[in-house]
Design a binder for this molecule. Structure first.
Ligand SMILES: Cc1ncc(COP(=O)(O)O)c(C=O)c1O
Length: 412
């Protein structure tokens, strides 16, 4: 029987009981975690899944005994969970330590297909992991790099400029699905259609979008997409989706023990099986927020549920922000076209000083450029301390937003 119910102010308090970290007091105060885009807290089910794997028997793959077969089954299950999360086939996903590692190692392999004179496009809005991986690969291969700029302070990528940058020489367009500092969501359909029209492949960093929105790689027709499970209540584990024919056509840049077939050929060395066990539980946790028959249906419904609640938090947050003197919002002004992540400045105040003051009151936010330094450059604020980032997740409450603004106003 489904335990589904729409998230609201009341039942989020009950849901929070599943998250031990949210119950903890630090220096006698219950922390307010507004740092979700940097990494979320985990529910008991995910935490328990780590030890369940280890308690059940730790074994490598391929042994002629049952516990080894259980690990084989776990890896199969993890690929199925990833496939349900992304709308792919299970053999189109591989795992690694984190998003940066899978992107960096895959960039070594994919770029073997590039030739001198080819071009790649990276974006100003991206986290460095999805920029420098490709820039370094391009340098090694004599490939030209173009930067896709943003349009304005909304942080939206300028797709008119994309038209002028794309050509038959473009091999790859690497862009973020949503900015990790402004929350601004990219029009992926447009980027993919324009890129495919000239024969370029598209590599999407979905790390910041996946905690907030369901992705459908088939409907998007995206070539490659990466995610990181610790951003959505899961373990520190990265994963990369690629269309199976494209993955199979890439010559893996690999060591001898890795298999020669996709997707396992991209998994160098022994996988983190306990993290895979927790990953399966994290996908199941997201699905538990919804209802339906299949895992994919429950995920779709769960995401609608958390989106509605997070949008209500965003609306409340933006209303309260209007009352704050000298507050400047970088990113989309409104609840549409964004996640519940906010990049803020308050006049000439250094965001890190504000973050420290809030941190002392156990209100956790981030400050600086958060590795999206080309974006803070474009906003002209990198040298001024960047931005203050407030990230709301579905376990945050209206009362926590009040605590944030009370402390902020008192400081200002
Ligand atoms: C948008 C985005 N992309 C990539 C990364 C890097 O992810 P990982 O820590 O899994 O390497 C982050 C981490 O903060 C991020 O926010």
């Amino acid at each position: 029987m489904s335990s589904y119910s729409p998230l609201n102010r009341g039942n989020v308090i009950e849901l929070r009981a599943q998250f031990p970290a949210l119950q903890r007091e630090v220096k006698g105060i219950t922390p307010v975690y507004l740092d979700g885009p940097g990494g979320t807290q985990m529910p008991d089910s995910v935490i328990d899944a780590f030890s369940a794997y280890l308690k059940g028997g730790n074994s490598n793959l391929g042994g002629k005994f049952p516990v080894s077969q259980e690990t084989v089954d776990l890896v199969t299950q993890a690929r199925e969970s990833a496939a349900a999360l992304l709308g792919s086939a299970p053999n189109e996903v591989f795992f690694g330590a984190n998003m940066t590692s899978v992107t960096f190692s895959f960039s070594r392999a994919l770029s073997q297909q590039w030739e001198e004179g080819d071009e790649v496009i990276v974006s100003v809005a991206d986290h460095g992991a999805n920029r420098s991986s490709w820039i370094m690969a391009a340098k090694d291969r004599g490939v030209t790099v173009h930067y896709l700029p943003i349009k304005d302070s909304s942080g939206t990528l300028d797709l008119d400029v994309l038209d002028t940058l794309l050509s038959k020489k473009t091999r790859l367009v690497a862009v973020t699905a949503a900015s990790n500092i402004t929350g601004t969501i990219t029009d992926l359909e447009a980027v993919i259609a324009k890129s495919h029209a000239v024969g370029a492949k598209v590599f999407i960093d979905a790390v910041h979008l996946l905690p907030h929105q369901l992705v459908d790689v088939r409907a998007l027709d995206v070539d490659f997409l990466v995610g990181s499970a610790y951003k959505f209540y899961g373990p520190h584990l990265g994963f990369l989706y690629g269309k199976f024919d494209l993955l199979s056509a890439v010559t893996p840049y690999k060591v001898e023990p890795a298999p020669s077939f996709a997707p396992s050929c991209f998994e160098t060395g022994t996988l983190n099986f306990e993290a895979l066990s927790a990953f399966v539980a994290a996908v199941e946790y997201l699905a538990s927020l919804g209802e339906g028959e299949s895992l994919r249906e429950r995920l779709a419904s769960g995401y609608v549920n958390l989106h509605h609640y997070e949008a209500s938090l965003s609306g409340y947050f933006l209303e309260k922000l209007k009352e704050v003197r000298a507050a400047e919002l970088y990113g989309v002004d409104g609840i549409e076209g964004r996640t519940a992540t906010f990049a803020l400045r308050f006049g000439s105040r250094d965001p890190t000083v504000i973050a420290e003051a809030l941190g002392q009151q156990q209100i956790y936010v981030w400050s600086g450029h958060l590795y999206a330094d080309k974006l803070t450059d474009a906003f002209g604020v990198t040298e001024k301390g960047g931005i203050l980032r407030v990230g709301l997740m579905h376990y945050n409450t209206f009362e926590e937003i009040d605590r944030f603004f009370d402390a902020l106003n008192a400081f200002l």
